[in-house]
Write a protein that binds this ligand. Structure first.
Ligand code: NAP
Ligand code: MG
Length: 487
């Protein structure tokens, strides 16, 4: 019998008031239980929120430097524990160990940047119309925040959200996804071991359907930062609005990669393979549509198929594997159903399309890298987020058509173009409806000093990371001071 992992409330590792737990399964072998976690109740969630509320009073008044000391200690532990955390991520998410390490190094970069942003939290001095009057505006912390994390980047997403929240003086309650509660726990442990004051960071595991409403509607919570499906994001926003709570929603995507007739075909094909199949296609910024100019369709597809054939699907713990399983049975079934829809609506399956059942992999959620050609804009697989290793190829004749098809989606997260023509590239970046856009780079490329967020049904609220990371978690205050007090 494995010991159950616990919630983290007010600096203590505690069991749920309901006494119930849930098992987590290894996506590389569903018969293996890899951890038992607390099935938190509304009462547990209230306790965690109260702890965050109580801790806010002191934490928000500490100097930024004092707060930074704790975060720097947690960051040092993150660097030290990279190998052990990578194993936890791979075991529960399925991505390869190399991909898990990349996720941790991204988290390290995000944390470093946001700690330093906190140290230079922006304010603004303005000349006053009144002689001798001092006029300025500055930012102060909003209050306790609910952090609802996804399973696809179960470690980096909490790092990207929680660091700017804490450094700017807020406290947090983290709810990891049920599929990847261990990565959330690893993150929280860093802060516990760094000696963070009790209640500043809390964690409750369990079902979003059971405890989500409490996180979103409890009056102590002032901000909700969420990454996940558009459906849940929209529902959160409606409930949060009643309490005038601030929301930051990072949701789905259907990111296009446009390959023009003057593109570097080898580079474009490499990009497509990375952005479509890394992390088994489970990135919100994955490339899921390749819009290819008809004059270069043949060489692009040939190179794409060559590179795809090199992918070695296997257990993420096996260092030979370059693509792991998808994260859990529900994802497996959904992706296979999407592939069937693609076939039924007339897209041409070029490669893949099946669950891999080779010996050793038959009990896991392994799917072949899958590419469809002859995809047309109205098809389900051209419109809906599949969130798996599935790429659809569409033919275009010119830039206008590429932009029209790219924008003909309810989503607007990432979009890339490959072309050597700077005018065409800039027209694309101007007209594309997306929060992130890349020229001659793949759609998942990201740096911590720049904001990350989508438009349309991909994102809502102030974007995460970069300069806006702290903006989301802070309020503006405008101050006028008449030092002479002459009235
Ligand atoms: P999801 O339900 O939106 O899950 C994201 C997070 O929200 C999880 O922590 C989840 O908890 C929580 N949650 C679920 N229902 C909630 C509610 N009513 N109130 C508050 N929180 C709630 O996503 P999913 O079902 O795991 O995945 C479905 C699809 O979402 C994927 O196939 C993909 O298309 C998309 N997705 C996108 C991203 C992204 O990065 N943009 C990430 C993940 C998923 P539980 O673990 O308890 O459900
Ligand atoms: Mg869901």
């Amino acid at each position: 019998m494995i010991d159950a992992h616990r919630n983290y409330i007010s600096g203590e590792w505690v069991v749920s008031s309901g006494g119930e737990t849930y098992p987590e399964h290894n996506p590389a072998d569903l018969s293996e239980v890899i951890g038992i976690y607390q099935k938190s109740t509304v009462e547990d969630t209230r306790n965690a929120i109260s702890a965050a509320g109580d801790a806010f009073e002191h934490w928000s008044t500490l100097s930024v430097d004092a707060r930074a000391e704790y975060l720097k200690k947690a960051l040092a532990l993150m660097v030290e524990r990279t190998d052990s955390i990578a194993k936890v991520i791979t075991l529960e998410n399925g991505k390869t160990l190399a991909e898990s390490r990349v996720e941790i190094s991204a988290a390290i970069n995000e944390m470093e940047f946001q700690i330093h942003q906190g140290l230079r939290m922006p304010g603004q001095m303005m000349p006053s119309a009144q002689q001798g009057v001092l006029a300025y505006q500055h930012r102060y912390p909003l209050g306790p925040a609910a952090v609802i994390a996804p399973w696809n980047f179960p470690f980096n997403v909490p790092a990207r959200k929680i660091t700017p929240a804490l450094i700017s003086g807020n406290t947090c309650v983290l709810k990891p996804a049920q599929l990847t509660s261990g990565a959330g726990e690893e993150f929280v442990k860093l802060f516990h071991d760094a000696g963070l004051p009790a209640g500043v960071l809390n964690m409750v595991t369990g079902s979003g359907r059971v405890i989500g409403d409490e996180l979103v509607t409890n009056p102590i919570i002032k901000a909700i930062t969420f990454t996940g499906s558009t459906e849940v994001g929209k529902a959160i926003n409606i409930k949060a609005a009643a309490g005038l709570k601030r929301t930051q929603l990072e949701m789905g995507g259907k990111n296009p990669l446009v390959v023009m007739d003057d593109a570097d075909i080898d580079a474009a094909a490499k990009s497509a393979v990375i952005a479509a199949f890394a992390c088994a296609g489970q990135w919100c910024v994955s490339t899921s549509r390749a819009l290819v100019h008809k004059n270069v369709m043949k060489p692009f597809v040939n190179r794409l198929l060559e590179l795809t054939a090199e992918i070695k699907v296997g257990n993420g713990m096996d260092t030979q594997a370059t693509m792991g399983p998808v994260c859990g049975e529900a994802q497996l079934k959904n992706i296979l159903a999407c592939i069937e829809k693609g076939k039924a609506e007339g897209a041409k399956l070029l490669v893949g399309g099946n669950q891999l059942k080779t010996p050793g992999l038959e009990k896991g959620c392994f799917i072949e890298p899958t590419i469809f050609a002859d995809v047309t804009p109205e098809m389900f697989i051209a419109q809906e987020e599949i969130f798996g290793p599935v790429l659809g190829i569409m033919e275009i004749s010119d830039l206008d058509e590429a932009i029209e098809i790219s924008n003909g989606s309810k989503y607007g997260l990432g979009a890339s173009i490959y072309t050597k023509d700077i005018a065409r590239a800039m027209e694309f970046t101007d007209r594309i409806q997306a929060g992130l856009t890349h020229v001659n780079m793949h759609s998942a490329y990201k740096e911590p000093q720049l904001s990350f967020g989508g438009v349309k049904e991909s994102g809502h609220g102030t974007p995460e990371a970069g300069q806006t990371g702290i903006e989301f978690f802070t309020e503006h205050k405008t101050v006028y001071i008449n030092p002479g007090a002459k009235g």
